[in-house]
Write a protein that binds this ligand. Structure first.
Ligand SMILES: CC(C)[C@H](C(=O)O)[C@@H](O)C(=O)O
Length: 229
């Protein structure tokens, strides 16, 4: 899922300070052509690299910013005629993501606020936000982070699931350091340990009940050993 991160309603004009007694509140939503084009090109490039489709999500039946978004995305699509393209309203996408998630295989392009919501929903569908590595890619600077919070309630207990942190490091090698082979080694190590049925406590329920539960550090050590092999 490729989410625009520096535009939209998060960054529009807003009323700062206390709102008690106000007659209204507002958050303006603005997108520039440059912002949309940049994230659209990133998404199309990723889809081309993966030889997959791109699904563009929007709310163009209501929002001017979404109609504008679609115009720029569809202009960009002309340079990527080899990438299968479809677009979907965000409310329908929320429904489809639960009902038939496989149709989103490939790359999903989405604006900031809508993406905030749908990426968490996608985390729920795959079983945990803890399985969501993420990278924030800028033209000059980038950083990576796990998409979940810092889980202070389980700090120091050696039970947290390190998947998204390790995956974020793989994204760092790939996207920030331009070392795709090393990134692939990390993914391979991670998938290898999962494929052997090892998980951490957070994931150890439901369909995972029969799997082998290990601590955070044991899981990390096994991934490291697998990478070194
Ligand atoms: C903490 C919050 C502002 C943030 C966001 O909405 O971007 C978070 O939900 C996320 O997705 O990383």
């Amino acid at each position: 899922m490729i989410r625009e991160l520096v535009g939209g309603i998060y960054f529009g004009d807003k009323i700062e300070g206390p709102l008690t007694g106000m007659k209204y509140a507002k958050d303006d939503c603005t997108y520039t052509a440059e912002q949309v084009r940049r994230v659209a090109v990133t998404a199309f490039e990723e889809a081309r690299k993966r030889r997959s489709a791109l699904t563009n999500i929007h709310k163009a039946n209501v929002l001017a910013t979404s109609r504008f978004w679609n115009e720029i995305v569809e202009q960009a699509a002309k340079d990527f005629s080899d990438v299968p393209y479809k677009s979907m309203l965000v409310d329908n996408a929320a429904y489809q993501l639960v009902k038939a998630p496989a149709q989103f295989n490939g790359v999903v392009l989405i604006e900031n606020m809508q993406g905030d919501i749908l990426t968490d929903q996608a985390g729920g569908i795959i079983g945990s936000l803890g399985l969501m590595p993420s990278a924030c890619i800028g033209p000059e600077k980038s950083y990576v982070e796990a998409a979940h919070g810092s889980a202070p309630d389980i700090a120091g207990m050696n039970i947290a699931n390190p998947y998204s942190m390790i995956g974020s490091v793989a994204l760092m090698f790939d996207r920030c350091l331009n070392l795709p082979d090393e990134a692939q080694d990390i993914w391979d190590g991670l998938f290898n340990i999962f494929a052997q049925g090892f998980i951490t406590k957070e994931l150890a329920s439901g369909i995972n009940e029969h799997k082998k539960t290990v601590s955070t550090s044991e899981f990390g050590d096994m991934v490291a050993a697998s990478i070194l092999k």
